[in-house]
Design a protein around this ligand. Sequence first.
Ligand SMILES: NC(=O)c1ccc[n+]([C@@H]2O[C@H](COP(=O)([O-])OP(=O)(O)OC[C@H]3O[C@@H](n4cnc5c(N)ncnc54)[C@H](O)[C@@H]3O)[C@@H](O)[C@H]2O)c1
Length: 269
Amino acid sequence: MTPRSILPAQGSSLPLPLDLGGRTALVTGAAGGIGRACALRLAAAGAKVRAVDRDAAGLEELAEAARGIAGAVEPHVLDLTDLNAAELAAAGTDVLVNNAGLQLVRPIEEFPPEGFHTVLTVMLEAPFRLIRGALPHMYGQGWGRIVNVSSVHGLRASAFKSAYVAAKHGLEGLSKTAALEGAPHGVTSNCVNPAYVRTPLVEKQLADQARAHGLPEERVLSEVLLQDSAVKRLIEPEDVAEAVAYLCSPHASFVTGTSLVLDGGWTAH
Ligand SMILES: NC(=O)c1ccc[n+]([C@@H]2O[C@H](COP(=O)([O-])OP(=O)(O)OC[C@H]3O[C@@H](n4cnc5c(N)ncnc54)[C@H](O)[C@@H]3O)[C@@H](O)[C@H]2O)c1
C-alpha cells in the first residue's frame, strides 16, 4: 500500500462561493504557478483581472486559458523593477495580489549584491509601490483587499536564502502596516504563507539547492525542501489561490494584519 505521506495532493473539490463581479483585481507574477492560479480563480469569481508579469508569452497563454471564464483576464506586460510603472499599474484596483517573486540560493558570502537588490526590489519594494498605487481608489470606495503572497520564509529562515527570507519578513511587516492604516477605510491586508508549492520556482531551485547543500539533486526534495514539513508533499498552486479567494470573501472582512499559513505543519515545530 502506498503511504499517504508520499501520495500526490488531494484532488480539488468545489471552490468556495465568491462573487467578485464588478471588481478589478491585479495579480503580479500572473504568468507563473501561484499567480496564474490566483488570476484564474479571481476571474472565475467574476473579477476583471489585470494580469501583470514580465513574461509576455506566459501572460498570453494565461489569457487563452481564461477564455470562457466568468471574469476577464487582461495581460499587462511589466517588469516590476520599474517601480514607477508598477505604482501606476495599480491605480483603480479593488483587489491587489502581490505575488511575483524569484529565488536565489547561495551562502551569504557568495551572494551577489545585485541579486540581493533585485529580490528586495521585486518582492518588497514593488509591493509597497503597488499598495501605494492601489490605496487611493480603495479608500475612496471604502473597500479593498490586499493579499501578499509571502511564504513560510516570511516566518522562518532557511540557510542560503538571505534575500528571499529578508524580503518575505519585510513583506510581513508591510502587510501588517497596511492592515492598520487600511482598517478605517474598509481595506484588509493579509499574507498567505505556503511551504513548498509545485511551481517552476521550486523546480528551478533544485540544482542550486543541491549545490549549496552538497547533495545530489534527487535528494533535495525529501532532505531539504520537505525536511521541516510534517505533511511530506508539495502543495498545489490552486490550494494557495483558494486561500487568496477566502481572504477576498465577505466572511474574511474581520481578518486583517494576519498570515494565513499553509505549511504542512512546518511552523508547528
Ligand atoms: N513555489 C513555492 O514553493 C513558494 C512557496 C512559498 C511562497 N512562494 C511565493 O509565491 C510567489 C509566486 O511563486 P511561484 O512559485 O508561483 O513562482 P514562479 O516562478 O512560478 O512565478 C513567479 C512569476 O513572477 C514573475 N516575475 C519574477 N520577477 C518579475 C519581475 N521583475 N517583474 C514581473 N514579473 C516577475 C515571473 O515571470 C513568474 O511568472 C512568490 O512570491 C514566491 O516567493 C512560492
